[in-house]
Design a protein around this ligand. Structure first.
Ligand code: ASP
Length: 324
């Protein structure tokens, strides 16, 4: 047989093997890597969708927390994983800011991952330890400015959403504070509750329960509009920082090269999870809601990621924040 014919035959055979594999998929448990500590907001979103996706896929979707370096350690790990549909990656807005924040990354956000779909957009809140001496944003601002050398702002490392929010906040008030990195905002919250750090900007998926039970002080929301789940909490916009806006979007990815039929199955399992009434309810309680079904697709995540990379690059450049 001539070479081109042989090549066509070989490709057809590979194609058949891939689609047979995709039809059976999944035949064993799937790992969803979460790039921050257990108990934090990204972990919460991951566990909510993993449970419902397990039902749909008839296989366990197990969360693995690989924390550190603002999510980039986990991203590098997933980029190296086998593209067989058994390793997934749930990341947030940090996937779009890391290329501008890090001089060098051992992966490329476009070339190392296959997008599966968008998951949810979560508002953030600026909170403080309970005994922080300011009752509202105005007082907090005055106190922060007068005591800036003593005040600490926790975050989940360069590349995390709390880091981005903190950076935008310090820029907006033109004041540098001491930042304290953690492996996620669950441990950061523990230290805030214990009074070891002063301030934190974090997703409502982590903060709303503490706000409602009065365990922390809250100075504002990072979204343009108020939230019915947190009545009485002003937006930072209205409280005194016009134009301040950041919401944490989440996306689900697989390593580059994961076969398209597998990605399609995962995308439809994600859509199933986001339409699940109990997931909707729990998201709602935490101040967020699942994205519309047509955003839980590879195409929507691919183009949203690109628009977010392009959006944050000049802002980060202007702020002059980099990590090595
Ligand atoms: N909320 C964290 C962040 O700042 C991440 C986490 O712990 O889920 O990115």
């Amino acid at each position: 047989m001539r070479r081109p014919v042989l090549k066509m035959l070989a490709l057809a055979l590979i194609g058949t093997a891939v689609s047979a594999h995709a039809q059976e998929y999944p035949t064993r448990p799937i790992t969803m890597v979460v790039p921050f500590a257990a108990g934090g907001p990204t972990d919460t979103v991951g566990r909510m969708i993993a449970q419902s996706m397990s039902t749909r896929l008839k296989q366990q979707v197990i969360i693995e927390n690989t924390a550190g370096a603002g999510g980039t350690i986990a991203a590098a790990k997933v980029a190296r994983a086998a593209p067989d549909g058994y390793t997934l990656f749930l990341h947030h807005i940090g996937q779009s800011t890391a290329p501008s924040l890090y001089r060098k990354l051992p992966y490329n956000v476009y070339d190392s991952f296959e997008p599966i779909g968008l998951v949810t957009d979560v508002p953030m809140t600026l909170i403080a330890r309970k005994d922080f001496p300011a009752k509202d944003f105005k007082e907090a601002l005055a106190y922060i400015k007068a005591n800036k050398d003593k005040i600490s702002l926790a975050n989940a490392g360069v590349g995390s959403a709390s880091h981005l929010c903190g950076m935008l906040f310090m820029n907006a008030i033109d004041t540098d504070l001491t930042t304290v990195p953690y492996k996620g905002t669950a441990p950061a919250m523990n230290d805030l509750l214990g009074g070891q750090v002063d301030l934190l900007c974090d997703q409502t998926t982590n903060t709303s329960a503490y706000i409602k039970s009065d365990k922390v002080k809250v100075y504002g929301l990072t979204t343009k509009t108020r939230l019915p789940q947190l009545p009485g909490v002003p937006t930072l916009n209205e409280a005194g920082l016009p134009g301040f806006e950041v919401a944490v979007w989440h996306g689900l990815y697989a390593p580059k090269g994961t076969p398209k039929p597998v990605i399609d199955k995962l995308s439809s399992a994600l859509q199933y999870a986001l339409a699940d009434a109990s997931v909707k309810q729990r998201f709602g309680d935490l101040g967020t809601e699942p994205v519309a079904q047509n955003r839980a697709t590879p195409e929507a995540l691919r183009s949203y990621l690109k628009s977010e990379v392009d959006k944050w690059a000049p802002i980060i450049k202007k702020a002059g924040v980099y990590a090595d």
